[in-house]
Write a protein that binds this ligand. Structure first.
Ligand SMILES: C[S@@+](CC[C@H](N)C(=O)[O-])C[C@H]1O[C@@H](n2cnc3c(N)ncnc32)[C@H](O)[C@@H]1O
Ligand code: SF4
Length: 397
């Protein structure tokens, strides 16, 4: 199954400027991988290539496998009113953009549902004007409403979550969500034509679970009509009781941190996936031409697909490089390395500059600790999405 970087030349034909920015991100990531992993007394800003902005915890959907709002999602018990009061202001975000812009990182806006952050449109516009590659990960239900502005403001990429053809998708993401996404793609395509623009590059992201894996080919077929640029199959972030327990002990002992986020991915929605069957389905999908490239994350040797689901203790990637080139800014201003597991806080952008946090003692303690771990990762990182993208592939997988 294809390497992630293989999409760059394919996109290059359609949109060279965006591809060049994306390539720049991959080059900086390669640099971070190749330079010795330092911690204290080093300006880590030099290798910053990707900044996630989790703009809001709010969401209008309740997808079953979601670590925030799914069956075991940690937001289900939060006081929403209190959390919303903590949102970062547009002005502060702009200052952060000004601080990081010289490194030209890719920025990735997500949530919750990013369209529920009240200043999404002006923030994305500001980032684009500053020359950044602006990607937005959305559940797609607001695309129809804002299509004209999205195209006008030249967002670089939208990653739209769709998990199956109509019935399957709606069982995971809620009734009517498939049709709203389809209407959103239609509206964006209409606006691209009307405004004579290639922006945004459009991608579907499909999170594989035991509810949808047998329907992936139907979705691939149905997506032909969306005029996509890319389709990503994400084999899913998940864990089990033993890994959660090991991570709790580790984080308490080494970083004096209580964890609460990993449990949100202990849902069982990856149980009983027939790896051989999934391998065949993905093989057949990758073989066909749908008019746009398809990649699977993590890139796995197809015969090893089964390991991913049946043998959770076996790493398929290791040596996570995220702390050396990326970071996530949470909706309340807290900064973390791990986007999905925001337990260890590096600092808060309402109180400190980004540079202070990114080069600070807590960030360096995290770097030093993960560097000292066997395989360069913590016990809880075994099926983490970021590690799947930015870890080192283990030979054979
Ligand atoms: C948490 S959502 C936030 C953005 C937006 N609300 C959406 O659904 O696209 C980010 C991505 O994580 C995916 N996701 C949800 N649960 C997941 C899981 N257990 N493993 C991996 N990805 C997951 C979603 O499908 C989506 O593509
Ligand atoms: S739309 Fe996104 S944030 Fe909302 S529940 Fe679904 S996966 Fe989670």
């Amino acid at each position: 199954m294809k390497e992630n970087i293989s999409v760059v030349p394919l996109l290059f034909n359609k949109e060279w400027e965006l591809s060049a920015k994306m390539l720049w991100g991959f080059i900086k990531m390669g640099k971070a991988r190749l330079t010795p992993k330092r911690d204290y007394h080093y300006d880590h800003m030099k290798n910053l290539c990707l900044v996630y902005f989790k703009l809001t915890p709010l969401c209008n959907l309740r997808c079953i496998m979601c670590g925030q709002w799914g069956d075991k999602g940690k937001m289900k018990h939060a006081s929403i009113g209190e959390e919303v009061k903590k949102l970062v202001s547009l002005e502060r975000y702009k200052e952060i953009v000004d601080e990081i812009v010289s490194q030209r990182p890719v920025v990735y806006l997500w949530g919750g549902e990013p369209f529920l952050y009240p200043h999404l449109l002006p923030l994305a516009k500001y980032m684009v004007e500053k020359g950044l590659y602006v990607s937005v990960n959305t559940n797609g239900t607001y695309l129809e409403k804002y299509a004209a502005e999205i195209v006008r403001d030249k967002w670089s990429t939208i990653f739209v979550s769709l998990d199956g053809f109509r019935e399957t998708n709606d069982a995971m993401r809620g009734k009517g969500s498939y049709d709203r996404v389809a209407a959103g793609f239609k509206a964006i395509n209409r606006e691209k034509q009307r405004q004579k623009s290639n922006y945004p590059v459009m991608s579907i992201v499909t999170t594989v679970t035991n509810m949808n894996y047998q329907d992936l080919d139907n979705l691939a077929e149905a997506s032909r009509e969306f005029n996509l640029d890319l389709h990503i199959f994400n084999l899913g972030t998940y864990t089990n009781d033993a890994i959660v327990a090991a991570q709790s002990v580790f984080m308490k002992e080494k970083l004096n941190t209580d964890i609460e986020c990993l449990e949100g991915y202990n849902t069982g929605y990856n149980n009983h996936i027939d790896g051989a069957k999934l391998e065949r389905i993905l093989y057949n999908i990758h073989k066909k031409n749908y008019g746009h490239p398809i990649i699977t994350v993590p890139v796995l040797n197809p015969e090893k697909t089964n390991t991913y689901y049946t043998d959770l203790e076996t790493p398929v990637r290791n040596h996570c490089i995220v702390p050396w080139c990326q970071t996530n800014i949470d909706y309340n201003g807290d900064v973390h390395f791990c986007a999905d597991y925001p337990d260890f806080i590096l600092g808060n952008i309402k109180e400190q500059s980004f540079r202070e946090i990114y080069n600070g003692d807590r960030a360096n303690l995290f770097r030093k600790t993960i560097r000292a771990c066997k395989g360069g990762m913590f016990p809880g990182c075994l099926r983490c999405y970021q590690n799947m993208l930015f870890g080192r592939k283990i030979p054979g997988y």
